[in-house]
Design a binder for this molecule. Structure first.
Ligand code: C5P
Length: 214
């Protein structure tokens, strides 16, 4: 059978990566966290300056480990890419055309050789417009901020709910108003509001959608 692609898009902290990872594991597909790729580029840009973007392919190589670790030029940066500095700059760097075309090419290449569950902002609209299943995952800003608070606390970080709410709203605003492939629900994507769903319920819904399609 040829490769199958599942695209999961949506705003920050809607539950995409948690659920996408579980769906990928269940279906034995490759999980690709495209947000992590934009974060890795942002980390490199913060360390080396915007100028490197002109010939980005000569500077940046991104790969994933078997436990979804993110490698930037061979170094595991899974922790560093979640820092507040990276989070605060990632939407600015992600709006740059050269950054997007470099990463979109890389993402499409992966989907040619493997069945994937890919999550991000532009997967169903731009990266994999022919994906077999497209989900647009939503949740209320309050629920999303609370989820981020739990994540940050689990990482040992102290941060207040209002700061996280502001960060999420600001990031969504930049991501959905940028010129190149903004965050928008694809016409043929199914809206999944996870505000009142457990992780298992959201996972089951997606698996059901995939089974219905195949
Ligand atoms: O998914 P995550 O919240 O880690 O994504 C971080 C940022 O990367 C987003 O806020 C957005 O600016 C950018 N991004 C993007 N396109 C994608 C995935 C992420 O522009 N496909």
């Amino acid at each position: 059978m040829s490769q199958i692609s599942i695209a999961i898009d949506g705003p920050a902290a809607a539950g995409k990566s948690t659920i996408a990872k579980r769906v990928a594991k269940k279906l034995q597909f490759l999980y690709i966290d495209t947000g992590a790729m934009y974060r890795a580029v942002t980390l490199y840009v913060l360390e080396h300056g915007d100028k490197i973007i002109e010939n980005i392919s000569e500077h940046i190589d991104i790969t994933f480990g078997i436990n979804d670790e993110v490698y930037l030029n061979g170094t595991d940066v899974s922790k560093e890419i979640r820092s507040p500095e990276v989070t605060n700059s990632v939407s600015r760097v992600s709006a740059i055309g050269e950054v997007r075309s470099y990463l979109v090419d890389m993402q499409r290449k992966i989907s040619r050789t493997d069945s994937v569950v890919m999550d991000g902002r532009d997967i169903g609209t731009t990266v994999l417009p022919d994906a077999e299943v497209k989900i647009f995952m939503q949740a209320s800003p309050e629920v999303r901020a609370k989820r981020r608070l739990l994540e940050e606390t689990a990482r040992g970080n102290t941060i207040d709910l209002q700061t996280l709410t502001d960060e999420i709203i600001r990031r969504d605003q930049i991501d959905s108003t940028r010129e190149i492939s903004p965050l928008v629900q694809a016409d043929d994507a199914i809206l999944l509001d996870t505000s009142y769903l457990s992780i298992e319920e959201a996972e089951d819904k997606i698996i059901q959608l995939v089974e219905d399609k195949l």
